[in-house]
Design a protein around this ligand. Structure first.
Ligand SMILES: Nc1ncnc2c1ncn2[C@@H]1O[C@H](COP(=O)(O)OP(=O)(O)OP(=O)(O)O)[C@@H](O)[C@H]1O
Length: 250
């Protein structure tokens, strides 16, 4: 059984725009997969489907043994945790600890069990010392880690991260990569940051115009200049794939 199985998924928005068209994507437990693609490719639409936040026009999504449908939505939303790019979508309570505890508290976890979950999730992301700060007093990097802690506190099977490296300085970027590698059970990384995809994910898919147009080891995809150009993807100026690969091996 796959951790995630997207089969023939199609999505047409109410205005008639087709954002997804026959998407196939199967992910094993423990895999880390980058989802790449130009603006408007359908990445966000796919991400919203994975947590049952949109209803499929065609096809189906299964999370482990559960096919997403009305009766399974609550459990699917526990199993799939989304870390949105903007912390404002996720952090809204008076303190970081309240935010991290919000999801599990809604599941009915309380008292000491809730305190333990929050403490464990904050420790996982290295924010134990900031538990009682208001989230809007944190740096962007800390806010992103707080949002991840809120997702980890739900003990998800799959973590989906939307542009986790956006607006982070090099040290915060590296810290977050280490945290994701350590903590995410199965990871889907939606990003325009190709080096980050290479660093974190063995496998990558390219989505363009709502279709999966490539699904291969990340290093192979990044080595195919013609494929990248066809789908408006670019490595940063001066980036050496060979140097990056050898630093990952050591
Ligand atoms: N609510 C909506 N109604 C109609 N069309 C929409 C809606 N949301 C998104 N779209 C369209 O669907 C397509 C896919 O959008 P989506 O946001 O999923 O792409 P994306 O790959 O996440 O883009 P980006 O990299 O810019 O975040 C785009 O053409 C977009 O304009």
């Amino acid at each position: 059984m796959k951790a995630l199985d997207v089969a023939g998924l199609g999505h047409v928005y109410p205005d008639g725009h087709r954002a997804l068209d026959g998407v196939e994507l199967a992910v094993d437990a423990g895999e880390r997969v980058a989802v790449l693609g130009p603006n408007g490719a359908g990445k966000t639409t796919l991400m919203l489907h994975l947590a049952g936040l949109l209803e499929a026009t065609e096809g189906a999504v299964s999370v482990g043994d559960l096919r997403i449908e009305k009766r399974t939505l609550a459990e699917v939303r526990r199993r799939v945790g989304i870390v949105f790019q903007s912390p404002d979508d996720q952090l809204f309570m008076p303190t970081v600890a309240d935010d991290v505890g919000f999801g599990p508290a809604n599941l009915g976890v309380k008292g000491e069990a809730l305190r333990e979950r929050v403490a464990a999730a904050l420790a996982d992301v290295g924010l134990s010392d900031l538990a009682h700060r208001p989230p809007h007093h944190l740096s962007v990097g800390q806010q992103r880690r707080a949002a991840l802690a809120g997702v980890l506190a739900m003990r998800p099977d799959i973590v989906v991260c939307d542009e986790p490296s956006a607006n982070l300085d090099p040290a915060a970027r590296r810290d977050l990569a280490g945290i994701l590698q350590r903590t995410a059970p199965t990871l889907l990384l939606v990003t325009h940051d190709l080096p980050y995809a290479l660093q974190l994910c063995e496998r990558a898919v390219i989505l363009d115009a709502g279709k999966v147009v490539a699904d291969a080891p990340t290093a192979e995809i990044l080595a195919d200049a013609a494929l990248l150009a066809r789908h408006r993807l670019e490595l940063p100026f001066g980036f050496s794939l060979e140097a990056a690969r050898s630093s990952l091996r050591h």
